[in-house]
Design a binder for this molecule. Structure first.
Ligand SMILES: [Zn+2]
Length: 125
């Protein structure tokens, strides 16, 4: 068995996740940095220590659909919000974060609920 065989066997079972960046189009997830699940920040003036602890450290981590933030570190260097199935890695939507949409006024760049036609909704095995 040569080194080429070892290299090929390591690729078996590798999953390529394509994330549809609103600026750059579908890109390999290796170009992105995972930020985390999207969660609503509670009002700091009306929040107890327990609720802050939950906001900071507790994640849903579902085996199913989740909404998460990614950072396109090797591309446009923008944050995006992605709906991803954690078991199949299927992606059904991506968009810019709401705060960024308000700041830039670029709603037209959001891909909305349908990315199936641009190849971003598929995972390649
Ligand atoms: Zn990008």
């Amino acid at each position: 068995m040569g080194s080429r065989d070892k290299y090929d066997s390591r690729l078996k079972g590798a999953v390529v996740i394509l994330l549809p960046c609103p600026y750059c189009g579908p890109r390999n997830a290796s170009e992105f940095r995972y930020v985390g699940e999207v969660s609503e920040r509670p009002d700091p003036n009306a929040t107890g220590a327990g609720e802050w602890r939950t906001y900071l450290y507790v994640r849903d981590n579902p085996a199913g659909w989740t909404t998460e933030t990614w950072f396109h570190s090797a591309g446009c260097r923008q944050h995006l919000v992605v709906e991803r199935h954690t078991v199949t890695n299927e992606v059904r939507a991506s968009r810019l974060p709401a705060a960024q949409l308000l700041r830039d006024g670029q709603e037209e760049r959001a891909t909305g609920g349908s990315v199936a036609n641009d190849g971003g909704g598929r995972s390649i095995k």
